[in-house]
Design a protein around this ligand. Structure first.
Ligand code: DQA
Length: 149
């Protein structure tokens, strides 16, 4: 049996985690987040490929890559959640389970953050739980993948 691969994609400005608005996003860095994901994945027996980009087109290309390579997708589209029909369309073309994650509770914030195009394409959405949201998304995806076997 092959180990399922889960893509974990992070959108613009998440490379600045730790120093960017720490009162909203916390003090942990993107490296810390990757370590948490790696430890969680190891415990669950899944493989992960964690990436971050500030470019919409690059994120879309990675979603296309996930069509062929990944068993599941976790994505924090960051600012593109609220603007990108193209990213939503790329995710709609996937036939693997997708979980959208936001560190902050977008529903408690400015009105322009309260709508996510990506949510229309995601199977599940986790927000407001900080880094733990990624851990929970990995657990949920690994459960879904096990059920599908
Ligand atoms: C975010 C929320 C978005 O509104 C924002 O643009 C981000 C991060 C979050 O993780 O809380 O960059 O996706």
């Amino acid at each position: 049996m092959t180990t399922p691969l889960i893509f974990v994609l992070n959108g613009p400005n998440l490379n600045l985690l730790g120093t960017r608005e720490p009162e909203v996003y916390g003090t942990g860095t993107l490296d810390d987040l990757e370590t948490l994901c790696a430890e969680t994945a190891e415990g669950l027996g899944v493989a992960i490929d964690v990436r971050q980009s500030n470019l919409e087109g690059e994120l879309i290309s990675w979603v296309h890559e996930a069509r062929a390579r990944a068993a599941g997708l976790i994505i924090n589209p960051a600012g593109y959640s609220h603007t990108s029909v193209a990213l939503m369309d790329a995710i709609l073309a996937l036939d693997i389970p997708v979980i959208e994650v936001h560190l902050s509770n977008i529903h408690k914030r400015e009105s322009f953050r309260q709508h996510s195009y990506v949510s229309r394409a995601a199977d599940g959405v986790i927000c407001g739980l900080g880094f733990a949201g990624y851990r929970l998304a990995l657990i949920a995806l690994s459960d879904i993948l096990e059920e599908d076997q």
